[in-house]
Design a protein around this ligand. Structure first.
Ligand SMILES: C[S@@+](CC[C@H](N)C(=O)[O-])C[C@H]1O[C@@H](n2cnc3c(N)ncnc32)[C@H](O)[C@@H]1O
Length: 260
């Protein structure tokens, strides 16, 4: 399969500027540059902004945000050490603009009210499904700043059982996949942020499959994920995007009586 024959090539024009073998080397799941481009369509990113890229993996998305929007990025991850990301960032010529950080999402080493934006691609579902996490992470945003995520998700919630055709492929942790409505409610009722976007990437499953073919993942994992995605054909699986703003003052929060 040639990249320029894919539907993802048409859908994500900014991503065309990134060498495919570089993205394959740095990506740790579905193409992080495509996901970053999708997120960038709904979140405000302006030159000089301070951005936390949470769960950045090998920092491909951090490079994308720094290059495309001229923002300063704190590329933060748990499984990938800061030293190896330092090298990757230097190789991209962005050492002045991207700061690698090794940290766990629940104990972030930052000042509160510091960032203009928090972004997270294919990572937030690993640590952000508890009720309390949005209150924790949003405290690092300036008032009026935005948080945006793109995660593997479900078109709508499934209840207690996966559909028949997904059962042979279902890993227990797929229960961290959720619908746009679920994420909207999960964040919005906390009152810590005001959600303005919670939606579904049309044809996301197709881009995910194309990525598996382009990156050779279907060969490594005897085609299991591609079989699952192909069999599902977008009925359930794909990508959820959610973007919210931190209220301008404590009194603008939904539950201003609650002071942690
Ligand atoms: C599937 S990888 C995606 C990485 C990268 N965003 C990408 O798309 O290539 C998930 C990332 O989430 C990060 N992660 C998982 N749990 C975390 C936690 N508790 N704190 C910080 N990062 C975490 C991992 O370190 C990993 O790099």
């Amino acid at each position: 399969m040639n990249y320029d024959d894919t539907s993802a090539y048409q859908r994500f024009p900014r991503s065309r500027g990134y060498d495919l073998s570089w993205v394959i080397e740095l990506g740790m799941g579905p193409n992080p540059i495509w996901l970053a481009e999708y997120l960038s369509e709904s979140i405000t990113l302006e030159p000089g902004m301070k951005v936390l890229d949470l769960g950045c993996g090998k920092a491909a998305s951090s490079v994308f945000f720094a290059r495309e929007f001229d923002v300063e990025v704190w590329a933060t991850d748990l499984w990938i050490d800061a030293e190896s990301n330092t090298q990757r960032i230097a190789d991209a010529g962005l050492s002045e603009q991207i700061h690698p950080v090794h940290a766990e999402a629940h104990s972030l080493p930052f000042e509160t009210d510091f960032f203009d934006a928090v972004v997270s691609l294919d990572a937030y579902h690993y640590f952000g499904t508890s009720e309390t996490y949005i209150g924790n992470v949003s405290s690092f945003l300036k008032r009026g700043g935005e948080i945006g995520i793109v995660v593997p998700g479900l078109r709508s919630e499934l209840g207690d059982e996966p559909p028949e055709h997904l059962r042979p492929f279902w890993y227990w942790d797929f229960w961290t996949f959720h619908s746009p409505e679920w994420w909207w409610r999960h964040w919005d009722r906390s009152g810590k942020v005001q959600v303005h976007t919670a939606d579904w990437l049309e044809d996301g499953w197709r881009y995910w499959m194309e990525w598996n073919l382009l990156s050779g993942d279907d060969k490594k994992a005897p085609d299991e994920e591609s079989q699952m995605l192909n069999g599902d054909a977008g009925r359930n699986l794909g990508f959820t995007r959610c973007v919210a703003r931190r209220p301008l003052s404590h009194d603008d929060e939904k539950w201003p009586t609650f002071q942690p």
